[in-house]
Design a protein around this ligand. Sequence first.
Ligand code: NAD
Ligand code: 3PG
Length: 394
Amino acid sequence: MARQILKLNHISAKGLDRLPRDDYEIASEFTHPDAILLRSHKLSADDIPESVLAVARAGAGVNNIPVAECSSRGIPVFNTPGANANAVKELVAAGLLLGSRGIIEGIHYVNKLYGMTDMAELHRTLEAHKKEFKGGELVGKTLGVVGLGAIGSLVAEMALTLGMEVVGFDPALSVEAAWRLSSQVKRADTLSALFARSDYISLHMPVLDSTRGLVNAELLAVIKPGACLLNFARQEIVNEGALVDALNAGTLRKYIADFPAPQLIGRKDVILMPHIGASTEEAEDNCAIMAAEQLRDFLENGNIRNSVNFPNLSLERVSGCRLSVTNDNVPKILGSLLSILANENINVIDMLNKSRDEIAYNLIDIEGELTESVLDTMRALNGVVNVRLIGRCA
Ligand SMILES: NC(=O)c1ccc[n+]([C@@H]2O[C@H](COP(=O)([O-])OP(=O)(O)OC[C@H]3O[C@@H](n4cnc5c(N)ncnc54)[C@H](O)[C@@H]3O)[C@@H](O)[C@H]2O)c1
Ligand SMILES: O=C(O)[C@H](O)COP(=O)(O)O
């Protein structure tokens, strides 16, 4: 029977093609879907039917998904790290230019001259007014990059090529991300230090309990006067009241963001875009392909790549018959599972077990006949969250 994928956003056809239609049905409504594929759709725990085995986010941020609830139900949540990073980097480059030059104001001014038909008069008018749109250059200015992951590291690199000084802050920098980073990126010891010395600040961290409202009145009070803040990460990271106060006080010269909010729209010192950081053909294809492939590998093999709540784990198939078991990360459960199999004379020919926080996940390749009642015995074990039989047993 074909697996059913509930698709809650537009997903690029190139990604959906990775789920062959003979084996997968894809639609925006199913009562008992096997998995959910989405982008920024706000998913609540109540919207996830019991049948769902996995949730795949074609994109980076997972703050629209109830990840903790998924973890307690044994549902891995996947995302696509880095797949849209270049698209965001390019928009940040545009943001830096919009923040340094009178480009938007200049374009508005020219549009207002619609109907001026005399070329000489048009020329005179433009030349007389262009001083109103003078800007500054980026070269030699300092960009502070907050969060040096997939996007932040590309933004840092891009700014260096524009001749900017780059200072970075990331308290949880992974070793892999550190290797990617140019040695020219200077390290700020604290966020306040970064805010105090940067002419431009670009945010590139996820929304977490630790980052929600992180850019607050205290931080904005130490910002270098006349600095420009770019937010292509998430609105929730910036305290809106404190932001408006800093703009009104003139300490923050400009706010450029991908997340419009009612009290920011229409301000001269704010440039807002409609959450288009990842809206390029290339990024949409990359994210959709990665999400679909990860989902398929999980549904067909139990392998886990790029999950935000489960351990990453991949085991080559040596038999047609595989068990995937999710359990609480406590002692003795794996032993009990293996005893049940041994008592049934079922041979384990390969297995892998990994844990992450409170979750342990196992792939167990077996030989022998496995009945539904054995599976139920395993499911009934204290601490076992779910047991799935993948493939057919002999
Ligand atoms: N505007 C858009 O369309 C768009 C597109 C993609 C991603 N995003 C947002 O950008 C975020 C980052 O994406 P990414 O692909 O670079 O993710 P990533 O996981 O590769 O990098 C995030 C980095 O933030 C760091 N970090 C965590 N807490 C921090 C803190 N308190 N201070 C500083 N750094 C901290 C992490 O250590 C990590 O290195 C996403 O979570 C998403 O919210 C927006
Ligand atoms: O976190 C992300 O990947 C971005 O915010 C992109 O969101 P989107 O897929 O809805 O454009």
